[in-house]
Design a protein around this ligand. Structure first.
Ligand code: LMR
Length: 301
């Protein structure tokens, strides 16, 4: 994984490793490599395909170059709360997206949370669409994220996660979007001046394995791994929610970042400016899929 060990994803991977060791009496050893220590963004899918690693937990956005439908999770303001994101991934659309992964010999095992993304930057508090004009944002590789910033008159630069801190320090980009957990553990708060609490986008993960590897496991081992993962998934989602709230309080107390909270009206204004993102994605993957996300979102409101 690319994130630090002290995130909900990092802690859950470690918990999975510990429980699996215990439950298989040491027969299965899961090794966890945080902080892009083995592979960085852009290298990880090949490593999973060729068997250099057996499991990954990338952000859904990073799957979208190979599987454009996964951009649905990147749609701005599509998830008013976590429950809405979970109902999409745990429902029929989630199953269809998972089935697609098998075309490339990947098997999706679970979905984990990081949280909702917020904007950080070095220039000014971001409240209105105009405030985004001309800023350079680092993004994950997803066209919806690129469109999102372009619709606001900003530039979007795709970049591996482990290069972001340095890019913010040396000014290659002046802004980024991420969850409180990533902002905190990557120390973006040390190099950025402003944080806007917008909850505009969902950041979640797919726990992926190599289909042939998984099918080659002895059935009783596979069952222990799958049962354990199911249990750890519930645990991970709870931790993600708790850590998000706790770390926001810590950032506020630290007082280094100037924090802006958007009013409902400001959110609606931003949301309106982002309509072209929905139109573009509908053209790429079909109106029907996008409508299913919109319907799911309305149920959550
Ligand atoms: C990012 O690249 O910003 C995130 O995907 C990192 C992560 O895995 O949470």
């Amino acid at each position: 994984m690319v994130v630090s060990e002290n995130t909900s994803k990092g802690l859950a991977a470690k918990r999975f490793a510990d429980l699996v060791r215990e439950r298989t009496g040491g027969y299965v050893e899961v090794q966890v490599f945080p902080d892009s220590k083995l592979y960085k963004d852009g290298e990880e899918f090949e490593a999973l395909k060729n068997g250099a690693v057996q499991m990954l937990a990338p952000a859904t956005s990073k799957l979208s170059t190979m599987f454009p439908e996964w951009q649905l999770f990147d749609l701005p303001f599509a998830f008013p709360d976590m429950k809405t994101a979970h109902s999409l991934m745990d429902g029929s659309l989630g199953q269809e997206l998972f089935a697609d992964l098998q075309k490339q010999k990947f098997l999706g095992l679970a979905m984990w949370d990081s949280g909702f993304k917020q904007f950080t930057n070095n220039e000014r508090p971001l409240r209105t669409p105009e405030d985004f004009q001309g800023l350079r944002f680092r993004i994950m590789t997803s066209n919806v994220l690129k469109d999102q910033f372009e619709a606001l008159g900003a530039q979007a630069l795709p970049m591996p996660f482990n290069d972001v801190y340095q890019a913010l320090v040396n000014g290659t980009v002046d802004a980024e979007e991420n969850t409180i957990s990533n902002i905190n553990t990557q120390k973006f708060n040390q190099t950025q001046k402003y944080l806007t609490l917008s909850n505009h986008g969902y950041l979640g993960y797919v726990v992926l394995t190599n289909l042939d590897f998984w099918q080659g496991l002895p059935p009783q081992v596979r069952k222990i791994l799958e049962d354990t993962l199911r249990e750890v998934t519930i645990w991970e989602r709870e931790r993600a929610g708790e850590m998000d709230q706790k770390q926001l309080v810590e950032l506020e107390q630290e007082g280094k970042l100037k924090i802006t909270r958007l009013s409902q009206g400001e959110k609606l204004q931003l949301q309106k400016s982002l309509n072209p993102v929905y139109e573009r994605l509908s053209k790429e993957i079909g109106q029907d899929l996008v409508n299913r996300v919109i319907r799911n979102s309305r149920k959550g409101e």
